[in-house]
Design a protein around this ligand. Sequence first.
Ligand SMILES: [Zn+2]
Length: 240
Amino acid sequence: MTGTPTRSPLRELGHLPGVTPLLRWLIIGYTTPPPRTDRRCAHCAAGLWPGACRPSARCPGCRTPVGPPAYTVEIAAAAAVGILILSGARGWELAAYTTWSMFLIALGFTDAAVHRLPHQLTAAATLSLLAFLALAGGAASTWLAAVASTVGLATFHALLHSAAPSGLGLGDVTITIPVGLALGWLNWRYPFAAALLAHTATLLAFAIQRTNHRQLQDQPFGTYLAATSVIIAATAHTTL
Ligand SMILES: [Zn+2]
């Protein structure tokens, strides 16, 4: 573990009530269909900030549900940070994985809602992770493993995308970059484990639809990858 904690890591949890409204604001922005970019309620035109970004997730004007279901973003964020702290992540590394988890949660909820993984969120996840991990340090071999597994994972998904663009979008390729770097920094096998679990979840969802004789619907691979990655990153610290 790198970095020396100067205060209780549990205080990180205390920041969450300030962070989750921002996550909801990001998700609402990226899931609102154009040209409605002013983030106002579609029913009563009330401004959605900050009222609709609270855990109850309802328009402050007409009480219509807005964005991800009530309490889901808050539970996901609290679980990610809580497990990271309990598993022993500290210092800059805790900052790196906490920030990265928050952006991945925003990506996961956005993909689940509109089957889209905005490159801006992916870039923010990548850059914040790199900045904090650079402060955390890490051996050359650690960085090499992170970069090598990222290149491997991204190349594999780029090939899948070029073979079947309708099955795996460009956003599904780019999200493998922050996933590969974050998990590869811990262990080069972890990014591939996360991708394997995400592909398995996708196939399982298709199988369930087929069993129920329902029409096959697109699956949010990015949501599955974000979820498996955050779980692996949070729990992996216990084995370091
Ligand atoms: Zn409203």
